[in-house]
Design a protein around this ligand. Sequence first.
Ligand SMILES: *Cc1c(COP(=O)(O)O)cnc(C)c1O
Length: 360
Amino acid sequence: MNRVYNFSAGPAILPEEVLKQAADEMLNYKNSGMSVMEMSHRSKEYEAIINGAEATLREIMEIPDNYKVLFLQGGASLQFAMIPMNLMKNKCADYINTGMWSKKAISEAKKFGTVNVIATSDDKNFTYIPDVDELSYNANADYVYFTHNNTIFGTKFTKIPKTNGIPLVSDLSSSILSEKINVSDYGVIFAGAQKNIGPAGVTVVIIREDLITDETLAGTPTMLKFKTHSDEGSMFNTPPTYGIYIAGLVFEWIKKNGGLEAMEKVNKEKAALLYDYLDSSEMFSGTANTADRSLMNVPFVSTSEDLDAKFIKEAKAAGFVNLKGHRSVGGMRASIYNAMPVQGVQALVDFMKEFEKNNK
Ligand SMILES: *Cc1c(COP(=O)(O)O)cnc(C)c1O
């Protein structure tokens, strides 16, 4: 059976080379006589796997020494609570609302303190990113929070807020490793793995050391303290061992393919292929504001809902799957993460051109 072009927003496409290596190593990992899934997380073999994954991630993202890398569970969604529980010392934080994932983070943070929504793009159904140069911050805000790439609405921050020393916290679930970023601009970066890192079940947290303290909100469970996991090298309890192993293979794949600079270059090429066609098409159009377009998630519509449905059905039959848009935007969405090759996007564009011609 042929593999399809999978445009899912997450869990998402993984590099075929990684899947093949995992298959090769499935029954007997490096002469251990067992699968990585069957290994003690305290074994020498597994220690090498988790330490190797962290080292490669540090190398490709150029993570400074004063940042910890944590491999946690609970998805990006658990971070919506862990961030305030660990960082809201003044019980006050500034949030930028750019869509559903920001909204969820805001409603969770409100359980723990005062949330100031300092900017929002809800007036235009989150099709744009507010101007970060226009923002003013609350003097006693413990942190400033934004969603780097908006998976559902297909927008991303091209400039990041300058917060004059207030720690910047960001959800990079759908943009981590897609382009070069300057880690030291951030206090905390977090990302669920299932978009650009690996299988669902792992959350990567990159956090500046001074933000890891014992002064969490009263009642914070041990498992929800960054310090617990930081002190134990993500081994306070059993980590998601197999997911971390796959993530490590993905980090190696990125390194081998030229690192984040090369990823960014290819991702820009892929996005341009699709956006250029959307801009020239008479049938299809992108829904996000041009200047704020995401490199990873491309929402678009045709001229009617019936035609959208016909397109999605025919695309699926031709091997282009998971193109249905999120219910809050409608239409279609093509997620073109790192593992989607240029020829996958080119093939989609060719299919769309053909569809447009046949349905005039
Ligand atoms: C997918 C996604 C989430 C949710 O991730 P879970 O791991 O399912 O909790 C949060 N934020 C963004 C930006 C996402 O793309």
